[in-house]
Design a protein around this ligand. Structure first.
Ligand code: ADP
Length: 259
């Protein structure tokens, strides 16, 4: 792929017995954290013992999404103890390591060290960790693929070209490291006007499916842009936690593949 700088990725660790599922994107704001939160809850509801690692140093939003904003993890023998969320998914977040509202301005080695504290927290009997990664292909991602060897990666993109070009770079990083790509999700695909019910496509439509076919990776499906997803997320009540709501199809596809 022209224009993508070559990165040599050396695996330095054995894959751990606990499966790590990385949720990644090229750009920020495409719904990666929202999808990670819903995936963790859906896996937990399907019977897995799931923990959430929020490694997004630029916008750690899992404490809010999972309804535990403002909480701090305790530490025992220098190991962080995850905070239990109302959804049965314990959480450790980069946002819990800094003062609320402060920028996280860490250089690479510090960010990588913080990632270690989260992944190597006191996860007890958790058999699966969902990892909400920062957008892009920086130090946190490199440490994660080299040292922690996720069992698979889910890539989130909007249908827009700009988002897809960056998603392709993220996919390239995982592929070079030999991490299986579980698939690509197209988020914010199509908007149904609540007034006139006309469907419009603010970010285009179908781009991610075509890109997945091009790259030879599975396409997991689309999630529409809806006000209810935004409102539920802001309220710390991910739709996957609501027994009355159907789980989004792309998330159900991952859960099926994983069980
Ligand atoms: P990222 O993790 O990629 O930065 P977020 O998950 O934080 O993105 O989502 C960015 C914003 O978009 C949040 O306000 C979130 O509630 C909203 N959002 C994400 N997906 C959808 C969707 N399908 N419909 C409506 N709003 C969405």
């Amino acid at each position: 792929r022209a224009g993508v700088t070559e990165v040599r990725i050396v695996a330095t660790a054995e894959r751990s017995a606990r499966a790590l599922i990385a949720v990644a994107s090229g750009k920020g704001g495409v719904g990666k954290s929202t999808i990670a939160a819903n995936l963790a809850i859906a896996l937990s509801r399907a019977g897995r013992r799931v923990g959430m690692v929020d490694a997004d140093i630029y916008g750690p939003s899992q404490p809010r999404l999972l309804g535990v904003e403002g909480t701090r993890p305790e530490a025992l023998d220098k190991q962080l103890i995850p905070v239990l969320t109302p959804y049965g998914v314990p959480l450790l977040s980069m946002g819990q390591l800094v003062e609320p509202g402060r920028a996280i301005a860490w250089r690479g080695p510090m960010a990588a060290g913080a990632l270690g504290q989260l992944v190597e927290g006191a996860w007890g009997r958790a058999d699966t960790l969902v990892l909400d990664l920062p957008p892009g292909t920086g130090d946190v991602q490199l440490t994660m693929v080299q040292k922690y060897r996720p069992a698979g990666a889910v890539i989130v993109s909007t249908p827009q070209d700009l988002s897809l070009i960056d998603a392709t770079r993220a996919i390239d990083l995982f592929q070079k490291a030999g991490i299986p790509i579980i698939g690509l999700i197209e988020n914010m695909a199509g908007y149904i006007c609540p007034h006139c019910h006309e469907i419009s496509d603010p970010f285009g439509l179908g781009g991610a499916e075509a890109a997945a076919a091009d790259l030879g990776i599975p396409f997991l499906g689309r999630i529409p842009l809806t006000g209810s997803i935004r409102a539920a997320s802001d309220a710390g009540k991910p739709p996957a936690a609501d027994p009355g709501d159907a789980v989004f199809a792309p998330i159900a596809a991952i859960v099926d593949a994983w069980l």
